[in-house]
Design a protein around this ligand. Sequence first.
Ligand SMILES: [Zn+2]
Length: 332
Amino acid sequence: MTHEKVIAYIKKCLEEGKMAEAIDSAKVTIVPISKEELKVYIHKYLEKGWISKAVKGSKAAGIELTEKVLKEYVNRYLDEGRIYSAIEASKTFSIQLPIDKLVIIGRDCLLKGNLSSGLEAYGLIKETPPEQELMICGNRCLCEGQLSHGREAYRLANKSPPVEELIICGNKCFNVGWTTPGLEAYELAKRSPAKEMLRACAEICLIGKNIDEARKALVAAQKIDDTTGAEHIEIREISLEELNATNDLEGSWRCLVPRACEDCDNEREFKERFFILSRCPARTEEEEWLDRTMKEQYGVENYSVGVFRDNRGLIDSAVCSECGSGNIVFDS
Ligand SMILES: [Zn+2]
C-alpha cells in the first residue's frame, strides 16, 4: 500500500467509526494520528448517536469521556427528540434521564407525529400518553402517509381513524408509489381510489423499479375498470305516453307525483320529464355520478327516484310551470 492509500484507509476507518482499526493500522504503518484528531472523531460519533462506537473508540485511543461531557450529549439527544440515542447513552453510561424532560419530549414527539419515540418517552416515565396527543399523532401520521403508525396511534387512543384522514393517507401513499398501504387505507375507509391515481402510482413504482407494487396498482386499477363497466347505470329518457304504454313496468311509479313547488306554492302545473335507470344507484359515488350526469347531460338538477321491483329506477323530474323552479316536493 502506498502512503496515500494508507492515509485514505485510516481516514475511512475513522469516518466509519472503526477507531481501533484505524489506530492499529496507524501503528503498523507508522502513520501518526494525533490524540486531538481522535478526540474530534469521538465527538463526531457521539453527535451521530454512535454510542458504542464512541465507547470502543475512546477505549482504544485512551481518551476518557467525562460524565459531564456525556450528560451534555444525553441532554442534547433529549432536546432534539432523539430518544433512542438518549436511552442507549443513559444505559451505557448509567446516566439517569431527567423525568421532567421526558414528559415534554414524549408530548412533543407525539404532536410531531413521531409515535415510537413518543411512546418510548412515556414508557420511560411509566405513563400512558393522553388520548388527545395520540389522536393528534395519528392525524399527523396519516396525513404524512404513515398508515401503520397512524392506525396504531388511533388504536391506542381507542378511536377509529376518520375516513377523510384515511383517504388523505391513501392518496399520499399512491403519490409516492406505496401501493400496498395506499390500498389498505382506502379499504379501511371503505372507498375505492380513482383508477387514474392507481395508474399514476404504478408509473412511479416502475420508475423506482418496484415491479410488484406497480403490478398491484395496475391490477387494482383494472378491477375498478371491470366493476364500473359491469355496474354501469344506463339512463334513458322516456315520454309519459311511452311510460303509460309500457307493460313491463309495474304501476308503482304512478305513486311518484309532484305535489308542490317549494318556491311559489304552486300545486297544480308541472312540466315533468321521466328517465328509466337500468338499475338504482347503490353507493354514494354512484349517486354523485347520477347527480352530475343528470345535470350535465339533461340539465336536470332536481329529481326524485322511484324503484321498480327488478331494481330498475325511474327518475321523475318536475319543473314548476308557474315560476320555473325545480324545487318540487314529491308525494311518494
Ligand atoms: Zn313555482
